[in-house]
Write a protein that binds this ligand. Structure first.
Ligand code: ATP
Length: 442
């Protein structure tokens, strides 16, 4: 709640970066410092909000940022500061369209914009009504799409399922010091599962140090903001970062794959979960990928298990009649929609059976059929029995029911990593003393 005279102001930001540089989290951190310098305080951590990972026009991880502040100044004055910071820090690139949304008070219908933007493809026109209802100011967004992410990131307030990420930055355009990569491995060994998704040991890759042209030196993910708060300054100093900020985030929560959708209601670019029966044997494709048809009472869809995910090994073992749940992204293809699997849950894999010739009751050898006349003959001892028939034998499955996740290298930001499953995030009111380092100077 805001104190008397203070207003609760939300700012959502998107599309300030391009494939060539910058990062919306960095621009938003600068904005947060500017607003704190002008007397605003944090009503919550800054939010790093990941949206539908399956939309076709994202640059990288479909992330947007929102700030939630208590300010003496009103939304219009805040909007003035936002405009100046966006102008000074955003990338200038044909694909970049810096957009901010400013809302004072309740975020209203923007909540449902967030929920939909997590799982669907939304047109900017589909968020207009909610923006009007929340009396939102929209800044920038001339090409029109950034408004979806900016509006949805505000609607994420207050996140009820979340984790945290400490982002460490170097000044834009400067080289990234090399010590962070080794430091991440050491940190991971010390703190797992308090921090997670830092390293893919199977692929010998550090995941927490992006190599792109953006100013992010490292991102350390955790369920515990107090752990991040206590290591932020030391890491920044020893790894050569100039700025460290702790974000609250929907990353690693699986929020985009939390509802089962009937197959007949799947739409292009949805993130969706389907539950049904395997209706045809798995087809192995060139490149080692596997296609599997799954159906429910409303239709069937081809689920694709790409080799990169590691899930193709599970898909290969599935058989007609098995009951599965598949979560992933819906992609339109010339032959209809496919669901690209991010995880598969084997719900029921009943034992299989096949018919075999019987064994000889005298010597134990496998018998041979006597043909149309019926019955079987033993090729070893010559025993014949015209009344014998084939016998049903059970085929072992080597497939345990349960949840199968993709390899860490294929994770989406929203995917829950195996090592963090069951780790309950710490709810941390009041905010830890260090959310941003160095602290703002007024
Ligand atoms: P980065 O993660 O580096 O910030 P990005 O992957 O987030 O990059 P953007 O450049 O932000 O990519 O592009 C995503 C665009 O799609 C943004 O304009 C965002 O507002 C918009 N968007 C996000 N979610 C949806 C959605 N569900 N439907 C329609 N548009 C969306």
């Amino acid at each position: 709640m805001a104190e008397p005279g203070e207003k609760l102001v939300h700012v959502g930001i998107d599309d300030t970066d391009s494939p060539l540089g910058m990062c919306t989290t960095y621009v938003s951190s600068i904005l947060m410092l500017e607003l704190m310098k002008r007397g605003c305080s944090l009503a919550d951590f800054p939010y790093l909000v990941r949206l539908n990972p399956n939309i076709p026009f994202k640059t990288r991880g479909n992330g947007a940022v929102s700030l939630h502040l208590r300010c003496e100044m009103g939304a219009e004055e805040v909007a003035g500061v936002v405009e100046r910071v966006l102008e000074a820090y955003s990338e200038r690139h044909a694909k970049t369209d810096p957009t901010a949304v400013v809302v004072q008070g309740d975020v209203g219908e923007l909540r449902s914009v967030y929920r939909r933007a997590l799982v669907e493809l939304l047109a900017p026109s589909q968020v207009e009504k909610a923006l009007r209802g929340a009396r939102a100011m929209v800044l920038g967004g001339r090409k029109g799409r950034g408004v979806v992410g900016a509006a949805a990131s505000i609607g994420a307030y207050e996140l009820d399922v979340f984790t945290y990420e400490l982002l460490l930055y170097v000044p834009p355009g400067s080289a990234k010091p090399p010590q962070a990569e080794e430091g991440v491995v050491e940190l991971d060994r010390l703190l797992r599962p308090l921090t997670f998704a830092n390293v893919d040991y199977g692929a010998s890759r550090v995941l927490a140090t992006p190599r792109g042209p953006d100013p992010v030196l490292a991102g350390i993910r955790s369920a515990n903001p107090l752990v991040l708060s206590s290591i932020a300054r030391r890491l920044a100093e020893s790894w050569g970062a100039s700025l460290a900020v702790i974000f609250k985030t929907n990353q690693a929560t699986g929020a985009h794959l939390s509802k089962v959708k009937p197959v007949g209601e799947l739409r292009p670019y949805d993130s969706a979960v389907v539950r049904g029966l395997v209706v045809a044997p798995p087809a192995e494709l060139r490149g080692g990928h596997v296609a599997l048809k799954v159906g429910d009472s409303t239709g069937t869809v081809t689920c694709m298990f790409y080799r990169e995910t590691g899930l193709q090994r599970v898909a290969k073992l599935l058989r007609e009649g098995d009951r599965v749940e598949v979560g992933g992204g819906v992609v339109p293809r010339s032959r209809g929609l496919t669901l690209n699997a991010e995880y598969v849950r084997v719900l029921d894999a009943p034992p299989l059976s096949k018919l075999e010739n019987p064994r000889c009751p005298l010597c134990g050898k496998r018998m041979k059929s006597l043909g149309k006349r019926g019955g079987f003959k033993c090729p070893a001892c010559g025993y014949r029995d015209p009344a014998l028939g084939k016998v049903e034998v059970r085929v072992p499955r080597f497939l345990e029911p349960g949840l199968y996740l993709q390899r860490p290298l294929a994770y989406r930001h929203l995917s829950p990593p195996a090592e963090a499953m069951g780790v309950e995030p710490v709810r941390a009111p009041p905010l830890p003393s260090l959310v941003v380092w160095p602290p703002p100077r007024s």
